[in-house]
Design a protein around this ligand. Structure first.
Ligand code: ADP
Length: 161
């Protein structure tokens, strides 16, 4: 198992400034971070997987030890396939806690060798979420403070359609 490798899984529909903060901090702790977009066939999301990956790549262009992938099925199977030790997740308010707690316990039961590590959100990103970006953007509101600057125009254009 590669102890220096962590996987940051999520929907990233689209990447927000809160996600980018977690990725940058993870890249400062681990030798390598894989940002893994969950491809859930039952939940197609708003942005196609390829576009989510493209936006992630552009927003993280300054981070040489971060790579990008997508996966379906169980996260623990993906972790084993990648020989990765740590799942990285972000925590915002208490509302995140319950879901994250349950997921971490279930993953632990299925794969005790995998650890879930939580990074607390930076206060300036505590209210940032992909769903807020989608809702505000669809009604023409200003999403520029909520997403990485280099992808803001693409997100605005895609949501207006
Ligand atoms: P998921 O659908 O798996 O929750 P998301 O893309 O919404 O995927 O989020 C991925 C991870 O990033 C989750 O652990 C979530 O709590 C965390 N996260 C999302 N937004 C923020 C933020 N603003 N600050 C810190 N962590 C965040």
């Amino acid at each position: 198992m590669n102890k220096g490798l962590c996987v940051y899984p999520g929907s990233f529909d689209p990447i927000t400034s809160g996600h980018l903060d977690i990725i940058e901090r993870g890249a400062g702790i681990f030798e390598h971070v894989i940002v893994a977009v969950l491809h859930n066939p039952a939940k197609t999301g708003v942005f196609p997987i390829e576009q989510r990956l493209d936006m992630l790549r552009r927003a993280c262009g300054h981070l040489p030890n971060v790579s990008f992938d997508c996966f379906d099925g169980l996260l623990v199977d993906y972790m084993r396939k990648k020989q990765a030790h740590v799942v990285l997740r972000g925590l915002r308010a208490v509302t995140d806690f319950e879901n994250e707690f349950q997921m971490a316990q279930l993953n632990r039961q299925m794969a005790p060798e995998v650890e879930t590590l939580f990074l607390m959100t930076a206060p300036e990103h505590a209210y940032v979420s992909s769903s807020a970006v989608r809702e505000i953007g669809q009604f023409g509101g200003d999403i520029t403070p909520l997403v990485p600057a280099c992808i803001a125009d693409d997100v605005i254009r895609a949501l207006k359609r």
